[in-house]
Ligand binder design. Structure first.
Ligand SMILES: [Fe+2]
Length: 219
C-alpha cells in the first residue's frame, strides 16, 4: 500500500509562490512515498484558442517563466507521475487542428527538462483512480466521477472544488476527492476568473493506504 501526495493544477507560470514549500511540509508530515500531479502542470496561456490577457508577456517569455517554475517543482519532486491535463495538451491540440503529426513536437520531458517524470492519462494506485478531471462536473465533481466510474477517484481540474465525499452501498463504499489547486489567483493568466464568486482553493491531497485526506494552504 502507498502513501500518495496529490499535487493539484499548478498552471505554471501561475503557480502560487508558497505552493512548493507547502507541498514539502505535507510530504514530510505524511511520510509520502509516491507523488502524483493531477495535470495542468503548465498553463499555455499564450498558445490557445482563447482570448489573451493584455498583460501577457508573449509565448516565448511565458515559456521561460514556465520553465523556471517547473524546474523548481522538478528539483523537489523528481519522481513524479503526471496525469495529463487539458492545458498541458494545448499545443498538441492546436497542432492536431492544423494537421501536424505529433512527431514534429517535443515530448513534455524534453520541453520542460523533467527527464524522470512520467506523463500519462491516468493512474490507479491501491484501487483508486487518479486523473485530471474532465468529463465530470456539478458541485462535487470528483464524487460524481466516482459514482459514474463506481470507483474511488481523485482529480483536479476544478480549481474551486476541494473536499472528499463518500457513498456506501450494502457491500461497498466509494469516495471522490477534489484536491483544489496550486495557482495564484492574482496572476495575469488567472484573471479570467476575477468575476467568479467561487475562487481557487490552494490545497493538495494525500491518500494513505487507499484512504483520502485534503490539506489546505493558508494564503
Ligand atoms: Fe486547471
Amino acid at each position: 500500500m502507498s502513501k500518495v501526495l496529490v499535487i493539484g493544477d499548478t498552471h505554471a507560470p501561475a503557480m502560487h509562490k508558497k505552493y512548493i514549500p507547502f507541498l514539502g511540509n505535507i510530504a514530510r508530515k505524511w511520510k509520502i512515498d509516491r507523488v502524483i500531479h493531477v495535470g495542468d502542470v503548465v498553463d499555455h496561456h499564450c498558445i490557445s484558442f482563447h482570448d489573451k490577457h493584455p498583460d501577457n508577456p508573449g509565448a516565448a517569455k511565458e515559456y521561460e517563466l514556465t520553465l523556471n517554475q517547473v524546474s523548481q517543482l522538478y528539483k523537489d519532486f523528481p519522481d513524479l507521475t503526471v496525469t495529463i491535463g487539458n492545458h498541458d495538451m494545448r499545443v498538441m491540440r492546436l497542432n492536431a487542428k492544423l494537421g501536424i503529426p505529433k512527431m514534429y513536437l517535443k515530448e513534455f520531458n524534453a520541453l520542460y527538462g523533467t527527464p524522470k517524470w512520467k506523463w500519462i492519462e491516468y493512474v490507479e494506485i491501491d484501487g483508486v483512480y487518479y486523473y485530471h478531471g474532465e468529463g465530470s462536473g456539478g458541485q462535487h465533481p470528483a464524487f460524481n466521477a466516482a459514482k459514474m466510474r463506481m470507483q474511488s477517484t481523485v482529480m483536479g481540474h476544478y480549481h474551486s472544488a476541494c473536499g472528499i465525499w463518500y457513498q456506501a452501498g450494502p457491500t461497498t463504499k466509494v469516495w471522490g476527492m477534489n484536491v483544489g489547486c496550486g495557482v495564484d489567483r492574482n496572476h495575469w493568466s488567472m484573471q479570467y476568473g476575477s468575476a467568479f464568486l467561487k475562487k481557487p482553493i490552494v490545497a493538495c491531497g494525500v491518500v494513505i493506504d487507499g484512504q483520502p485526506f485534503v490539506e489546505t494552504m493558508n494564503l
